[in-house]
Design a binder for this molecule. Structure first.
Ligand SMILES: Nc1nc2c(c(=O)[nH]1)N[C@H]1C(S)=C(S)[C@@H](COP(=O)(O)OP(=O)(O)OC[C@H]3O[C@@H](n4cnc5c(N)ncnc54)[C@H](O)[C@@H]3O)O[C@H]1N2
Ligand code: MOO
Length: 407
């Protein structure tokens, strides 16, 4: 007898998509706090970068035309008329036949259009002997050539990386408007579970899922809100959900999603859910007993307790919706690799294989990590996931597969 009403992963996504309508709240934050945050607006450059035309070599600013035809055998001598001070506007103007000392990063004096490197020159009696030619524009970068004032520097919905923060700082932008972080509540259930700081007795299991889920939530840029471990008991779970629901934007329950006598998640969610439980059972492996419903505006999931199932279902059925609420578009990193063996899978079910990547003879190989969904090491050893679609009965050796990499 089948206790679940299995639906396909496409049908499950349709139900979830239809129900989740997340309001994207925005806030202004300091650039110094903005790593991994997602822009809620386009960022335009308020000024040019660099703000002035500058030298990118240590040497002499001059007119490139003065060096045309110059070589080691046929040097040219120019008059040294002064020096450009770093961080200051030059006080000299270069005319034909003249040069001024300049350092890397110094502002080009007017009249000059190139810089000759110091190693291609010789200084004697206030005259600079030039031993090679430089064309106009050589060894300098023009005002605004990195970023032009008014240009779009970063687009809306971009997740900020360190180089982006560098660019914002370079333009003097102190604050950015980003989407507010969503809060995701985690309730791990199970009479057998103990916390990380408790002593393990035989028959007990240390809580893994609270920790793997919290870090996955943090990784996508949301805020995990954890609770104490909840017993497999209707009233305790109901009370824990009621307590959390006003604090967070999503609720994840780990464990108790199946059909055992101690699996109470379904009953509690069927009572609390706005229209009872909307999903119980998806034709995927791992993670078949997945539950989903809404507590008014709050999406709530019952995630299958096995440590691998929890992580895979989070990645495939939860993370995309949290990311949508955070303004993230698609940031999955995928690579193509050759599957290294024949492997069968049941038709009518979507499989997520954990795979390890290995390079061999110039080919990237995807090697499945064997083992059930209760073994966390199958995730630890893997580099990513490969999907076997519903319609397929397996994968063949040499077949090119797409691997979604773990971050
Ligand atoms: N008769 C059936 N039994 C099971 C079925 C089924 O279809 N019929 N489905 C199996 C599948 S598939 C999965 S997945 C699990 C899901 O079970 P639950 O969501 O009810 O999870 P639990 O029974 O509470 O736990 C399963 C397993 O995982 C361990 N666990 C739970 N939470 C944690 C945690 N936070 N950290 C570490 N380990 C955890 C728990 O001790 C169990 O060993 O059901 C199958 N059964
Ligand atoms: O679907 Mo369960 O999640 O195989 O282990």
């Amino acid at each position: 007898m089948d206790f679940f009403n299995l639906i396909t992963s496409i049908e499950a996504h349709k139900i979830i998509q239809k129900k989740i309508g997340i309001y994207k709240a925005k806030e202004n934050i300091d650039v110094t706090e903005s790593l991994n945050r997602v822009l809620a607006e386009d960022v335009m450059a308020p000024e040019d970068l660099p703000a002035f035309t500058k030298s990118i070599m240590d040497g002499y600013a001059l007119q490139g035309q003065d060096t045309f035809g110059v070589s080691e055998e046929k040097p040219q001598s120019l008059e040294l008329i002064g020096k450009v001070e770093m961080g200051k506007e030059p006080t000299v103007t270069i005319e034909s036949g003249q040069a001024a000392n300049i350092s890397t990063g110094g502002m080009m004096p007017s009249g000059a259009n190139a810089v000759i490197m110091v190693e291609d020159t010789e200084l004697k009696d206030n005259r600079v002997k030039i031993y090679s030619s430089v064309s106009p524009g050589e060894n300098i970068i023009y005002k605004g050539s990195d970023i032009e004032a008014g240009q779009r520097v970063l687009p809306k919905n971009h997740q900020l990386r360190s180089q982006d923060i560098g660019a914002l700082a370079g333009l003097g932008i102190k604050q950015v408007e980003v989407y507010k972080k969503l809060k995701v509540g985690i309730i791990s259930t199970g009479d057998e579970l103990i916390r990380l700081d408790e002593k393990l007795k035989l028959g007990q299991t240390r809580d893994i899922n609270t920790y793997s889920l919290s870090s996955l939530i943090e990784q996508i840029g949301a805020v995990p809100v954890t609770t104490r471990i909840i017993k497999d008991d209707y009233q305790s779970l109901k009370a824990a959900i009621e307590k959390l629901r006003n604090e967070v934007d999503f609720i994840l329950i780990s464990g108790g999603s199946s059909v055992g006598t101690r699996d109470v998640t379904y009953e509690v969610l069927d009572e609390l859910g706005s229209n009872g439980v909307l999903i119980h059972g998806v034709a995927v492996k791992p993670g078949k007993p997945t539950i989903f419903t809404m507590l008014e505006d709050t999406p709530i999931y019952g995630l299958p307790g096995h440590p691998v199932s929890v992580m895979v279902i989070f990645k495939k059925f939860v993370a995309p919706y949290i990311e949508e609420g955070l303004g993230i578009i698609d940031d999955k990193i995928k690579v193509k690799a050759k599957f290294n063996q024949n492997l069968s899978s049941a038709p009518g079910r979507e499989d997520y294989l954990r795979v390890k990547l290995k390079e061999k003879d110039g080919n990237l190989l995807a090697i499945p990590v064997r083992g059930g969904s209760s073994l966390i090491m199958t995730m630890v050893e893997a580099d990513g996931l490969v999907k076997i679609p519903l319609s397929r009965e397996g994968l063949s050796v040499g077949e090119v597969v797409e691997v979604e990499l773990f971050k």
